[in-house]
Design a protein. Structure first.
Length: 200
């Protein structure tokens, strides 16, 4: 990694720590520069403002979302197996502690700044919804009954996040369940397919 890239990375890491400690609004650029062991001038060379640092953290989250390896529906393969694979790929990303931590970091700012929240949630990376595309493919193949793929995507995501995201997001700790992760994912898939499976 080049020195300039390392400094940029150090500044972002320092901003994350400063925002976590003091909140975005109370955070100071001077404190971020000190945490990153760079001059204020160097910080401004990479990021024009504290808002630009916030936007960079959002970009990191978006890039992590884009890294989820969604699958393409194959009508020749068992439907349940494919939904389990898709669910596991999603859980591997959204249940990651660092990922949840970054989302917790920016969520409080969304509550205070509706305009900022609308700007983020209208981005192409958010509205694309590859899961909805996967569900649409399954519907078009006749594996699921016809319905609104985006609405179905929200339901499927909601089932998974209820177990693997929200407890840790809100409480900072992942609760212990009697079932294993794979068993919970299987149950979520079965509940979803119980509602949407095509019945001739």
């Amino acid at each position: 990694m080049k020195l300039t890239e390392k400094k940029r990375s150090d500044i972002v890491a320092a901003a994350i720590e400063e925002f976590r400690t003091n909140g975005f609004r109370a955070a100071h650029v001077n404190a971020i520069a000190e945490r990153a062991s760079v001059s204020k001038r160097t910080l401004y060379r990479h990021f024009s403002s504290k808002d630009a640092l916030f936007d960079e953290i959002v970009n990191i989250i978006m890039a992590q979302n884009a890294s989820i390896r969604h699958i393409t529906f194959d009508p020749e393969l068992p439907v349940r197996d494919q939904f389990v694979r898709e669910a596991q790929a999603i859980v591997d990303q959204v249940a990651d502690a660092d990922y949840i931590g970054l989302n917790r970091l920016i969520a409080s700012e969304y509550l205070l700044d509706k305009e900022r929240a609308l700007q983020v949630f209208s981005r192409d990376e958010v509205t694309a919804d590859p899961l909805a595309g996967f569900i649409k493919e399954a519907m078009e193949a006749g594996a699921l009954r016809n319905a609104d793929p985006r609405f179905a995507s929200m339901q499927f995501s909601g089932l998974l996040k209820q177990f693997f995201v929200w407890p840790q997001f809100l409480l900072g700790d992942q609760p212990q369940f009697n079932q294993s992760q794979s068993e919970i994912i299987g149950d979520c898939v079965d509940m979803f397919l119980g509602h949407y499976a095509h019945r001739p």
